[in-house]
Design a protein around this ligand. Structure first.
Ligand code: ARG
Length: 565
């Protein structure tokens, strides 16, 4: 018996007496507006037409029939046009808590068993300053990787690094003109030289021409240009890998744009052979107007340099063939919506039926996160600033000082939690303004708030002086606050499914906030210390289950649930 069985019974009993299909009923079930009204609500409005009766009358009749036909549920009552069904609270708590408290596996499922999803995320451009949009992609993509893993999918994390393009010509020219030996091995120097190049280039057409020449040489396979490109690439990748480790994200593959240099001719050949490609102003294009897209897909520019789109076509085919993936997910800013519509349509026209399984998971802009001009950020500086601000906040706002070793670790985790949660808790499509004070606060809707809720339960479990009994009798959990927490814990597996279905980590964020608030409201009522043993054990079991869910949810979001802070 588990939590889903209760819902199942609610759907079945209604289905039986309303002569409906139980799956259809299950989809219609909602939650009553107040917890004391019941656990599931069935709206009777759509039945009114069929039965030629008013919804409240239907609800009364259905509630009466259902009441006499319950097992795991304890009651069915009409309220307006709804039938509200209540679970047998003790049996419900028993089913939910013993499973949830048992460990890491709670909430995870095997829905995706046998399916592989490739998730293309982060994908920064090398030899260009880091853009804050890439941080969003890193944070959202990382959360999606962990959500889909929890749902039982095989997940391949791919970093489609922007490691080829005209910017390398500029970077190399900057290096040659303003750099000193060894600068190619240091990312900060490379960034500085890139900026310097752009400052000078405006009034210096010769320098611009030189940059073009370097990229031409690079594309032509010139050994010196390629060697410099490789060094710059390695320097950048080393830097990013360090940051990724700090952020706790992982990639199975770094097959960036350059990897597809020799795989694009095949795409172009095939587009020609299928009669899709056309010359236009010296460029090679695919007209997509018949597919409802006005802007043609650009396969090749007049000067022979191939483009972003062509690489992406090659990359999608490569991923499909190499990983046998059932789905390819691209976590990229909304600004690229047209690009992905074009990409998926080109795949379709090339005859790949799996174009339908490609998804652009888009997101809006972040303001207020740049540490320098524009939307460019220095990741390492940003993370250092986050840690510093967390440290200051903890020293000034929180009475209890931790010993210094711990303090640094906690500050690092809190800083990252602040940034991650600020980002993940917004619906991803929305633009948002990042604000340090709001993000770091321990008592707003923040990552640090959730971390402290987790640490607080950890403290209760540690300090209660009782050995928790995982088989404790849940009978004493009669308070509405306890039932509310049990109901929330019960929802966790479906929350993960919903977050995955919508590619929307904010679903999980909102849920965890609700859970933490429920917890907060329960402390005064559900004391452990000094209570009679049976009651204390039942409450400890409840807190253990809540802690388990917080821990699991935070980890999925990329936030470290600490035991003390
Ligand atoms: N590097 C690209 C950019 O910054 C993002 C790449 C996204 N992934 C892809 N397969 N196109 O615009």
């Amino acid at each position: 018996m588990n939590a889903a069985d209760f819902r199942q019974e609610a759907a079945e009993v209604i289905a039986r007496h309303a002569e409906l299909d139980s799956e259809a009923v299950a989809r219609m079930l909602t939650v009553p507006p107040k917890p004391d009204m019941g656990d599931f609500a069935f709206p009777c409005f759509t039945l009114a037409k069929k039965l030629r009766k008013a919804p409240p009358l239907i609800a009364r009749e259905l509630a009466e029939k259902a009441s006499a036909d319950l097992d795991l549920l304890s009651g069915a009552d009409a309220a307006g046009g709804y039938v509200n069904l209540s679970v047998d609270r003790t049996r419900f708590a028993e089913a939910v808590l013993h499973e949830a408290a048992a460990g890491e596996a709670y909430g995870r499922c095997q829905d995706g068993a046998g399916e592989t999803i490739a998730i293309d995320y982060s994908s920064p451009n090398i030899a260009k300053p880091f853009h804050v949009g890439h941080l969003r992609s890193t944070i959202i993509g990382g959360a999606l990787v962990r959500i889909f893993e929890a749902l039982g999918y095989e997940v391949v994390g791919i970093n489609h690094v922007g490691d080829w393009g005209t910017q390398f010509g500029r970077q190399i020219a900057g290096l040659k003109h303003f750099g000193k030996p060894g600068d190619e091995n240091d990312l900060m120097s490379l960034n500085r030289l890139y900026v310097q190049f752009h400052e000078v280039a405006d009034g210096d057409p010769e320098l611009v021409e030189e940059a073009r020449e370097w990229f031409r040489r690079q594309e032509a396979g010139d050994p010196e240009a390629l060697e410099l490109w490789r060094r710059i690439r390695d320097t950048s990748l080393d830097y990013f890998k360090r940051i990724y480790e700090r952020l706790g994200v992982r990639f199975d593959s770094y097959t960036g744009e350059s990897f597809f240099n020799d795989k694009m001719d095949a795409v172009i050949e095939e587009a020609r052979a299928k009669g899709l490609a056309a010359e236009s102003d010296g460029a090679l294009i695919i007209d997509l107007s018949a597919e409802g897209i006005d802007t043609p897909a650009l396969l090749e520019k007049g000067d022979g340099t191939t483009l972003y789109l062509t690489r992406d076509v090659a990359a999608a085919r490569y991923r499909h063939d190499t990983y046998g993936c059932d789905r390819i997910v691209y976590v990229v800013a909304s600004g690229q919506s047209l690009h992905f519509r074009q990409l998926f349509t080109v795949l379709k026209l090339l005859g790949h039926p799996w174009w339908k399984d490609c998804v652009h998971v888009n997101f809006g802009l972040v303001q207020g996160m740049s540490t320098r001009k524009g939307n460019v950020i220095y990741l390492e500086e940003l993370l250092d600033e986050a840690r510093q601000r967390a440290l200051t906040y903890m020293r000034e706002q929180i009475e209890k000082r931790l010993d210094l070793d711990d303090e640094e670790t906690v500050a690092e985790a809190v800083g990252i939690a602040a940034i991650f949660f600020a980002d993940l808790s917004k619906q991803r499509i929305k633009d948002y303004r990042f604000d340090w004070d709001l993000a770091i606060s321990f008592d707003g809707d923040t990552g640090p708030y959730l971390m402290s809720a987790h640490a607080r339960i950890a403290g209760i479990l540690r300090n209660c002086g009782i050995d928790p009994d995982p088989e404790a009798d849940v009978g004493p959990l009669v308070e509405p606050e306890a039932h509310r927490l049990v109901s929330l814990v019960a929802r966790y597996p479906d929350i993960l499914r919903e977050a995955g279905r919508l590619y929307e980590p904010s679903v999980l964020c909102n849920y965890l906030l609700e859970l933490a608030r429920g917890l907060h409201a329960s402390y005064a009522v559900l004391r452990v210390k000094g209570e009679e043993a049976g009651k204390a054990q039942a409450r400890l079991l409840l807190f253990t289950a809540v802690k388990q869910v917080l821990r699991s949810g935070l980890t999925i979001l990329g936030i470290r649930p600490l035991e003390r802070m």
